[in-house]
Design a protein around this ligand. Structure first.
Ligand code: TNX
Length: 529
């Protein structure tokens, strides 16, 4: 009896201590759709080469070469070649397969990575790099992976108006996004505290509007030149990430109004000069001129016009002569209708530039053409807005405050960060999104392009706190956005996450540690004393 008990204990101990690879489907984050392990290992220390099937894959093969060098310390020559030469083969999946799918087949002789195009193959490269980094003794376990994303839109938004982080930090964020197969970077470049984008026709926007931030209205000017933007757009493109710039209007415009007060529509006591003036013809010319430059800088052909929280500061529209004249001319009965009229005019400019209009969920009521419009549902307390928008056939991205606003707390014991009626954005709820009760009407699922987390920065004022609020929630977001619902399992995710925390340590990232919250104390948004 005693011996049997001992044996049982030994068995339990053995199972608990087995390497993650044998116990879990696969150590990769986000978890692939199908993964299985066959016997044997592929030797990493003597890879003869990387060969690619056709010249259209040469560049992506070089990307793999660079990744192996950077992330695994392996230098491997690259060139055209046939399968079965040994080493790593990069090839095409037949056209009958889904365009976003990739396969990764590892045998003791060869690694074969295939996709329809370089973008799909790139996602497979990220899986391969993660597998290599979790392998031991230079031996890569023989995984067989077939994978494809759940959503086409796997986004992250960064607010650089409230706080400006700059090129190097943004590039680092783009690197981690790519590592986790996130593919949309929504860049909130303008808001009340600062305008962060050079506009050639209106230089004061950056030179004057770029002064200050949420914490200090006199902080020295900070903005991206158009050359900086081009550099970052290129950097993102190499990682198959599209950038969506946001030029927030007609509200959240105080920084622009400091630079060009003639287009201000006024504000409120709490939010002075918060809006552009929708009653002046000149405003439309001015903003359209800005959007033309934005269009030339950002090739993804989607411009986000904001459109949120206009009521925070449009009280002066009530008494502004030009707004009153506009209301009379178009028979607009209240200020909300003025807002919609403004959005329709600006939407015409965006469509005229062959761009898609993106906007916060407020613009769902503006009467914009659904086929040209992408809505960002953020007001989690207003589920009916999402439901109605989908019924009207708007395309949507889901980014509700709870659980996808990363300025919210991730642990109730933290002192800083937002809370909504006691609700926070903890890892487990980020992981579980979309929730079973997220109101998506039957037959409208195809209109949900994907999900996105938003990093607002009123409570973030340095890189350390940005890291703390972003990591590891970025990994959690990625699995929610990529992995099929039936494969999601939070406890498996937590086991795989441990190894990623080590990678954050190696990269010098100050992250929140869910296993040991005291290990990295809360990074606080206060200036050092
Ligand atoms: C609401 S989300 C905002 C932002 C704030 C954020 C803080 C949205 C469209 N507007 O201006 O930064 O809440 O959580």
């Amino acid at each position: 009896m005693k011996n049997q008990l001992l044996l049982l204990l030994l068995l339990i101990g053995f199972l608990a201590g087995r390497p993650a690879a044998a116990q879990d489907p696969c150590p990769v984050i986000p978890l692939p759709v199908e993964s299985s392990l066959s016997g044997g290992t592929f030797p990493l220390r003597s890879i003869p080469g990387i060969c690619y099937a056709d010249s259209g894959l040469a560049e992506i093969a070089q990307r793999l070469q660079y990744q192996l060098h950077q992330k695994a310390g392996l230098q491997v020559p690259v060139g055209p070649g046939e399968p079965d030469q040994g080493g790593i083969f990069i090839g095409r999946l037949p056209e009958t397969e889904e365009k976003t799918a990739y396969t990764l087949e590892i045998s003791p002789e060869q690694v074969s990575l295939k996709g329809a195009d370089p973008e799909a193959i790139y996602q497979g490269i990220m899986s391969l790099v993660q597998l290599i980094r979790t392998s031991e003794d230079g031996k890569l376990p023989c995984w067989n992976i077939r994978d494809r994303p759940r959503y086409g839109w796997r986004g992250l938004m960064l607010d650089e108006s409230r706080y400006f982080f700059g090129k190097e930090k943004v590039k680092q964020l783009l690197d981690w996004m790519a590592y986790y197969k996130l593919n949309r970077f929504h860049w909130h470049l303008t808001d009340a505290p600062g305008w962060r984008l050079e506009i050639q026709q209106y230089p004061r926007l950056a030179l004057v509007g770029g002064i200050g931030n949420h914490f200090d209205p006199d902080a020295p000017v900070q903005y991206y030149t158009q050359a900086d933007i081009a550099e970052i757009v290129r950097y993102a493109k190499e990682r198959f990430i599209a950038i969506i710039p946001e030029i927030d209007m007609p509200g959240h415009a105080a920084a622009a109004n400091r630079a060009y007060p003639e287009f201000s529509g006024g504000g409120s006591e709490k939010y002075p000069d918060f809006t552009f003036n929708p009653g002046k013809e000149g405003t439309y010319e001015y903003l359209t001129g800005i959007l033309k430059e934005v269009d030339a800088l950002f090739p993804f052909q989607t411009i986000h016009l904001g459109g949120d929280e206009v009521h925070f500061g449009n009280q002066e529209w009530e008494t502004d002569e030009s707004v009153q004249a506009l209301m009379e001319q178009h028979q607009l009965k209240d200020l909300v209708e003025v807002e919609h009229e403004f959005m329709r005019r600006m939407a015409d400019s965006v469509i005229g530039l062959n761009n898609r209009i993106a906007g916060w969920d407020e613009v769902a009521a503006s009467g914009l053409a659904p086929e040209h419009t992408l809505l960002f549902w953020w007001r989690h307390d207003k589920p009916e807005i999402l439901k109605k928008a989908l019924e009207k056939d708007y395309q949507v991205v889901l980014c509700p405050r709870i659980p996808l606003y990363f300025d919210f707390k991730q642990n109730k014991t933290h002192r800083w960060g937002r809370v909504w009626n006691g609700d926070i954005a903890g890892l487990e709820s980020v992981y579980a999104f979309p929730f079973a009760d997220t109101p998506i009407p039957n037959g409208k699922e195809h209109l949900v392009e994907g999900i996105q987390a938003n990093i607002w920065t009123e409570v973030i004022r340095d890189n350390r706190r940005l890291d703390f609020m972003t990591f590891p929630r970025i990994a959690t977001l990625a699995e929610a956005a990529w992995t099929a619902e039936q494969n999601k399992d939070f406890s498996s995710f937590r086991r795989r996450l441990r190894f990623h925390l080590e990678q954050y340590d190696q990269a010098g990232i100050y992250y929140y540690n869910p296993f040991d919250p005291g290990a990295n104390p809360e990074a606080i948004p206060l200036p050092p004393r």
